[in-house]
Design a protein around this ligand. Structure first.
Ligand code: DX5
Ligand code: ZN
Length: 224
């Protein structure tokens, strides 16, 4: 059985409540905290700052999964690596051609972190497949990046399946992460399609039954 991991996204959490949100998911066994970074160029608005990250990093001891939705991935990656991020994912669409993308993967890896690349919903999965052997993780966006609380786009399942087939056929260790609109139903569907890591924001946070929600998805995936 393939393990499933939950990467709780802090985007929807009020900045004053971050510590208690993190405590809850870490107590439930979360091994990753998903940290969304946006700039005014790639997204049009900002989310967390570098200092927010340093504060969050001190709040837990699990892996910091930084999702860069920024037009200049390397400049941000340098700062997040310096501040202790373990995994840094940038967007395929942020860079102009494949040579620049490969250079960016190499440069981020040289910072001593794991590297991921992400595609937006309208980018065909075939664009990212050739990069899979170079990546520690691939992040399939199942909503338009920028906001939490959107509905899952079902086409994403096919993208996950295609990545899974390629990864398995080539005996790669690349993890498949999916982000956007993930709940107990869509999360289970993504796991069955081949996802390893489920990013979850609004499904988890702000609900009194967070523990039940978290466990429900783990149990559903463990039962196939
Ligand atoms: C959106 C972010 C997500 C967001 C997901 O651009 O990348 O990580 O927090 O939120 P939900 O789980 O609410 O779709
Ligand atoms: Zn994200």
């Amino acid at each position: 059985m393939r393990p499933v991991y939950i990467a709780p996204s802090l985007l929807s959490v009020n900045k004053n409540d971050l510590q208690s949100a993190i405590n809850q998911v870490v107590a439930l066994g979360a091994k990753f905290i998903h940290f969304d970074v946006m700039d005014k160029k790639f997204i049009g608005h900002e989310s967390f700052s570098f200092d927010d990250f340093s504060r969050v990093k001190k709040m837990h001891h699990v892996l910091n999964d930084v999702h860069l939705m920024t037009a200049d991935p390397y400049e941000y990656a340098k700062e997040y690596a310096k501040r202790g991020a373990e995994i840094i994912t940038f967007h395929y669409e942020a860079l102009k051609d494949d040579v620049t993308r490969v250079d960016c993967i190499d440069a981020i890896r040289k910072l001593g972190v794991k590297v991921g690349m992400s595609i937006k919903p309208r980018t065909p999965v075939e664009k990212i497949i050739p990069f899979l052997p170079m990546l520690d993780q691939v992040l399939i966006m199942s909503v338009e990046p920028g906001l939490g609380g959107q509905s899952f786009m079902p086409d994403s399942l096919n993208k996950i399946k295609k990545c899974r087939e390629y990864i398995d056929a080539n005996h790669l260790k690349t993890l498949i992460e999916v982000d956007g609109g993930i709940n107990d139903i869509t999360g289970h569907d993504c796991y069955l399609a081949g996802a390893d890591l489920l990013v979850m924001g609004t499904y988890l946070f702000g609900h009194a039954d967070l523990k039940d929600r978290y466990q429900k998805i783990i149990v559903a995936c463990q039962h196939g």
